[in-house]
Design a protein around this ligand. Structure first.
Ligand SMILES: [Zn+2]
Length: 386
């Protein structure tokens, strides 16, 4: 047994009393919480900092790991997306897999234990099946033309089966409201509901997305024009992107809204009745990289949104580190309590992925990973204790 105490111990949902000692088995698995008085003082390892369960990264794209430093900062989402399309197949798939393995290792070193990962191909399956991290793969589908919904979904099934055949958990995810038709999103939600699995969708990463839905204007017209995709079947709704999406979301399917950079209070009012199954993933480093904007985290908290954290990919981030995302929020929106972000990074992320019986909290005899957070607010670093 190892006995660990720290300045503070965060359980996944709150701080434990000051005299708490964690008993870990020799392989590092949390066993039980004890009071200091119950343990021989000489056996206790005391750490300066905060001890907490391993982190859950609910939004990553391992497939884009080879695009680190390849895409300019601050281009806005349309030019970022076009650059990803241009660069993503610039190196061989073997080299891409090498970069994915390195990214996987980075996440491990940064105290991440589980990942929700967006995949457009089956390329990451072998990386994930040999990883020490838990992966939930979201097979991402894209087709704005409703006539393509069926065929794109069929192709998606082929990809998804590659993951499940490797013993990995996978479900479908529409890329974004502006790139998936109502028909495709409904097809995905029906499948997720039938299999009791969560889904994920990029949401309001730019103001252009809202403009596109309100009156079919703005930078997305340039995107579709450049890609040669006709928009005859796309009708503006006079509402924001999220308010448009709200009418087709399935209240029985846990849905992760990713980014939420341009989500407004009136969107949240509009969604009030759907709240229980919605999770809100923040990827602040990517938002600063692409748009130089951040979601209004205090607004999301005032509205009791269930927040999770994500790193997005190395195409729009120079690290895959949940503690770095936490630092960014603390530095930019200092009124957000650390405790709230730790909960987002642990138990709420685990709940969204449906793995809260193994990860995100101190559950006896479950190897959730044990992190030590050191340093000062906005400048924290993480060390793996187990
Ligand atoms: Zn993303």
């Amino acid at each position: 047994m190892r006995y660990i105490s720290a300045d503070q111990i965060f359980s996944g949902s709150g701080y434990l009393p000051n005299d708490t000692v964690l008993a870990l088995s020799n392989d590092g698995t949390f066993h039980e919480t004890l009071n200091k008085d119950q343990v021989d003082e000489l056996l206790i390892e005391h750490h300066k900092g905060i001890v907490c369960p391993g982190f859950i990264n609910t939004h990553c794209h391992l497939e884009l790991s080879h695009l680190k430093n390849k895409i300019d900062r601050l281009t806005g989402i349309v030019d970022f997306g076009l650059a990803v399309i241009r660069h993503r197949n610039a190196i061989s798939s073997e080299e891409q897999k090498e970069r994915m393995n390195l990214a996987d290792k980075i996440m491990w070193d940064e105290g991440i234990v589980a990942v929700g990962d967006i995949s457009n191909t089956e390329l990451s399956a072998s990386v994930k099946s040999s990883s020490s991290l838990y992966y939930h793969t979201f097979v991402e589908l894209i087709a704005l033309n409703p006539e393509r919904a069926k065929s794109v979904f069929e192709q998606g099934i082929q990809i998804l089966q590659k993951f499940t055949a490797s013993g990995l958990v996978a479900s479908f995810a529409p890329h974004a409201p502006y790139s998936a038709s109502v028909q495709l999103i409904q097809e995905i939600l029906n499948d997720c509901r039938a299999n009791s699995l969560p889904t994920s969708i990029h949401n309001q990463e730019s103001e252009a997305e809202n403009e596109f839905f309100r009156d079919k204007h703005g930078d997305y017209l340039r995107l579709y024009n450049t890609l040669g995709i006709a928009l005859d079947h796309f009708n503006p709704t006079g509402k924001s992107s999220l308010q448009t999406l709200a009418s087709i979301l399935n209240p029985d399917v846990k849905t992760l809204l990713v980014h939420n950079t341009f989500t407004k209070q009136n969107d949240l009012e509009f969604l009030k009745n759907l709240q229980p199954k919605l999770y809100w993933c923040l990827c602040p480093n990517a938002n600063l990289y692409i748009e130089n904007a951040l979601p209004d985290v205090p607004m999301l908290l005032r509205n009791a949104c269930a927040i999770t954290l994500g790193t997005d990919s190395l195409a729009s981030n120079n690290n895959l580190s949940i503690i770095s995302e936490i630092n960014t929020i603390l530095n930019q929106q200092a009124q957000v309590p650390l405790e709230v972000l730790l909960e987002a990074a642990t138990s709420t992320g685990a709940k969204f992925l449906g793995i809260d019986d193994r990860f995100g909290s101190l559950i006896p005899d479950r190897p959730c990973g044990i992190n030590l957070i050191e340093g000062n607010s906005g400048n924290y670093s993480v060390k793996k204790l187990a």
